[in-house]
Design a protein around this ligand. Structure first.
Ligand code: FMN
Length: 267
């Protein structure tokens, strides 16, 4: 029995989850971006895991492309772990449907709460972060046991409003209203990434971007148009010099404390 875990992570949360599960299950870890451009994704493992963040209450768009390329998906035991900052909503149900449409079956789907790494990240306290990390560590063994025993369980989902109340994230609502106002009246382009005078042209953003979407022009980052919005450039900037436009959306640089930048950069 072999296990392979494919993962994507912008600020390290999903990387930590993938790494913890891999260590416990002695699994091979493969970054999704390192195989996504292959015609077919072939794995010798009979258990395949997927670990990724939630964007806009969905799995990232590239997950559909990834799933469509898995060879012999119908013969694999599949599990998924998404990490989320606010609420996972129906994301894992969407993933289950996508997998089904390509002939596979998602046996386990777990949603792991982690610090928010986008809008409103500045509102999450250190104590809340530590609590989330502790909750994950406490769940990890049970999840790995389910995977080893090839269990089939109900895919985890949540109802947005109840979840906001339960986790006290209701206080993020003003940030989302500001975001909606900005997008409605100034357009999405007003939130395009820019760098400020603290930028030293160190090139970290260019190195961390898995999409090769950033070039340094006159020692300043310049973004092309194939951004997947993972916020890695902003979150890993050593000078906190990158912002999505000039709106105050309570975003602070965040990355998981157990992850180093060298763990993130695709070799
Ligand atoms: C552009 C963007 C959109 C996001 N949308 C959601 C969302 O809809 N629901 C949610 O719970 N978290 C959302 N998040 C938070 C991330 O899913 C969460 O912080 C995740 O753990 C990040 O994982 P990573 O460090 O592996 O990239 C979003 C983050 C970003 C950058």
């Amino acid at each position: 029995m072999g296990v392979e875990i494919y993962y994507f992570s912008g600020s390290g949360n999903s990387l930590v989850v993938a790494r913890d599960v891999s260590t416990k299950l002695n699994a091979k870890m493969t970054p999704i971006m390192s195989v996504l451009n292959q015609e077919r994704i072939e794995s010798e493992a009979d258990i395949i895991g997927m670990v990724f963040p939630i964007y806009d209450f969905q799995p990232p768009e590239f997950m559909t492309r990834f799933i469509s390329k898995i060879k012999n998906i119908q013969s694999k035991y599949l599990f998924a772990l998404c990490t989320y900052g606010i609420t996972p909503g129906q994301s894992l149900k969407h993933l289950e449907k996508t997998i089904k449409s390509f002939g596979g079956h998602l046996s386990l789907g777990f949603a792991v709460e982690m610090p928010q790494n986008g809008l409103g990240s500045g509102k999450i306290t250190k104590i809340q972060q530590e609590k989330m990390f502790g909750n994950w560590k406490a769940r990890a063994d049970g999840i790995c046991e389910d995977i080893e025993n090839r269990k089939n369980k109900k895919i985890e989902t949540s109802i947005l409003f109840f979840n906001l109340l339960k986790t006290q994230k209701i206080r993020l609502i003003p940030v989302f209203l500001k975001f909606l106002y900005q997008v409605s009246f100034k357009g999405l382009d007003s939130l395009a990434f820019t760098s400020d005078e603290n930028c030293t042209g160190c090139g970290t953003c260019q190195q961390i971007c898995t999409q090769n979407n950033i070039q340094l022009v006159n020692h300043k980052p310049s973004w092309s148009n194939h951004c997947i919005n993972c916020f890695a450039c902003l979150n890993w900037c050593p000078n906190k010099a990158i912002h999505p436009g000039d709106a105050d959306l309570s975003i602070k640089n965040y990355h998981h404390p157990e992850v180093k930048i060298s763990d993130m950069i695709l070799k």
